[in-house]
Ligand binder design. Sequence first.
Ligand code: ADP
Ligand code: MG
Ligand code: MG
Length: 912
Amino acid sequence: MAQYVYDFSHGRKDDRDLLGGKGANLAEMTALGLPVPPGFTITTEACRAYLATGSEPDGLADQVADHLAELERRRGQRLGDSTDPLLVSVRSGAKFSMPGMMDTVLNVGLTDTSVAGLAERAGDKRFAWDSYRRLIQMYGETVMGIEGRHFSEALDGLVAERAVASEVELGTDDLRGLVEQFKTIVGREAGEDFPQDPNRQLTMATRAVFDSWNTERARLYRRQERIPEDLGTAVNVVSMVFGNLGQDSGTGVAFTRDPATGEQGVYGDYLPNAQGEDVVAGIRNTLQLTELAELDRASYDQLLGIMATLERHYRDLCDIEFTIERGTLWMLQTRVGKRTAPAAFRIAGQLVDEGLISDDEALSRVTGAQLAQLMFPQFDPSAARTAIAKGMGASPGAAVGKAAFDSATAVQWSEQGEDVILVRRETSPDDLQGMVAARGVLTSRGGKTSHAAVVARGMGRTCVVGVDALRVDPQTHTFTTPGGDRVDEGDVISIDGGTGEVFLGSVPVVDSAVVDALPTAPEVDDARGGEDASAGGDTADDDVVASVLWIMRHADRTRRLGVRANADTADDARRARSLGAAGIGLCRTEHMFLGPRRKSVERVILARTDEQRQAGLDELRPLQREDFTDILEAMDGLPVTIRLLDPPLHEFLPDLTDLSVRVAVAEATGTEDAEASELLAEVRRLHEQNPMLGMRGVRLGVMVPGLFDLQVRAIAEATATLRQRGRDPRPEIMVPLVAAVQELEAIRDMADATVADIATEYGVDLTIPIGTMIELPRATMTAHQIAEAAEFFSFGTNDLTQTTWGFSRDDVEATFFPAYLERGVFGVSPFESIDAEGVGRLVSIAAWEGKETRPDLKVGVCGEHGGDPASIHFFESIRLDYVSCSPFRVPVARLEAGRAALTAGSDGGDSR
Ligand code: ADP
Ligand code: MG
Ligand code: MG
């Protein structure tokens, strides 16, 4: 029989699959000899079995009973005992942390009889009744599904009635009365009484935690964070320790470094005489952790010591939850903490300096997504603006948008294409959808560890919290400042997630410091720790930039994959080059036939005779030559893959409907429009039911040879001209949409002849590689043959995804993709991340077989997947030569290619 329950004294931090993150880390802290209240973990395996069948797997109940008995023996207490009751918390804890998404019930084991025992043992009646009312509320909400407002309204009502500042000032009799009220609420709302059997409480709370895996908000969070649906959660049963036993008790959360900036120091919040989530709920104002030093020096020193131990042990920033019970410190949770993008880069650099991690580890600790965030624009420092209020910057970035005061409005407006800032007093897990939809989140309460802060950081959403000065009124949907400023719903505001400032109106934004620094990055020594890095510049921003540059350099040293850019113009080419692109992987030529040149294209298409056609082509040729000269010059010395014309011809002709109208009007008014009629006939002739599958790409080249010849001629002339000027142009000609080698051969013969002509004409030696874009399944399946005629393959993974799945991207993404994602047909759109099992397999087979035919065949990717981190890791695993992506993604691709090389190295048998 499977072992479903483990004591904290078994298990280690690497057992997260089975014990969940919280359980594994509680076990780790126990093993380190830190003060963790004893308890045990019910495995994720038990949860999966329960969720699959709807009931506890065989043996689970007995194993829980055995471990509970052992716990009771160790504590010398019994669950629900009337004289000295053991109380436990029942806590969720999945493999990946999902802050605030799943449930926890505290004080399990309290009943009408054991509440007296607790009062007796603690010598504090008030505390016992306070704990009991908390249990009934939490149990009522999570296990019995009663809406929390019923309880909070009763509590608020009592606080108002007694005219006290907060619940802390309620007396014993008040709380006893409240318990009665709560019990009545339970009976009324759930149709059954609050259970007086402590074992039933434990069983039902465990089930509720299992079930909380599948709540709406948990699912949404997992989709957002790409956490698999089938992991399940573990359940931790922990003996209670009490922070609500008076002023010498309390509870807190802390980080070993500042998770917003990476700054070293003491960061955390502490709340005296409080239990559980009081501290993050933003209900009462918390103290700074440093203030604990004055309240309880011994516990404070012990805590700092433990934090240092944890950081050294985990070799990373950790966050912790702790409780002090009458001067005794207890550790309730730790994990490697979430952090903002700038903090991630900074901390990785610091830890290298401190000798805790290697260069490779530093690289593995930052992500392309984080780098992308640092490349976001920020508020223009020189723009005039006055902050109307200031809170704490909890998640960086510059966000501008209309103030929305509830989640539904935020979602609605963002669906209408508006930028929105979600404004709340504090957020709860129910605000998740609004936070996803918003550009930024602003709250008047809470600290850096509040729900809003933690979730926004995880999502990379700009967030400002704890703007105490703002009076947010959810009723009237307004907020006001002490200075008399007032913001109504729909007014535009700007928030700075770095400084915590709030501005009226829209503040102009500028490029990020990282983007400015990347192109000019000076060559420095390989090792970190030179003055430029460890001293870290003058400001936190300088330090972030220095860390980014250093890690980028290490990524470049480490990566095997080349990174090129998709660029169609000389400007884009220059930008891509400055961001580190090693050439152009895809230069599209469609745009070179639009605008005023459309007329010439029309002439070519409508030509009756060869002479007419040639006249049109001759108009285009010098213009094309200019285009290519500019781009090749910008990428001098680096390869430029130029794709011959791909889209169907009718895209260059006027719209069918417009023309029909024009002709109809002409006919009706009797004013003959010969040109329009002629065009219309041609447009009708070229009209296709499925243009995507019609006459385009190489098919066009075969059927209208003049066009491809024109392009090849222009490329060859541009190359020859630049050579004569002593430059080093390196064009590569790419033929799109090839399905059969014969198609490619036809174009190749033509192109080779043309290039040879130009070589003779200019008297230079010209060899221009010719290859193909692989974007049809048949091409992948005949790669052996196609490689006979191709010097390179570039996988056009956008079209290859469309043709492999039979999806028309523009049609399907908005219609049924959401449902497919919901049903788990795929976890992420195959247009966003490569579908490794299907499309990716075709790429892998084709690359392999192509290289069998031609060992020096170059293989790359030029679809949007070339800039997607997950896809880059896949392309590294099948050992392609390069990826190509939009210029702005180039740094992200360089970083991820470096990270991918690290993990690829460990695939080959190295167990890590
Ligand atoms: P979450 O995963 O949402 O943080 P937790 O399981 O960590 O939920 O618990 C919620 C709160 O209750 C936390 O503040 C935690 O420190 C506190 N808590 C949990 N177990 C105990 C316990 N045995 N004694 C005292 N406080 C506890
Ligand atoms: Mg917790
Ligand atoms: Mg294509």
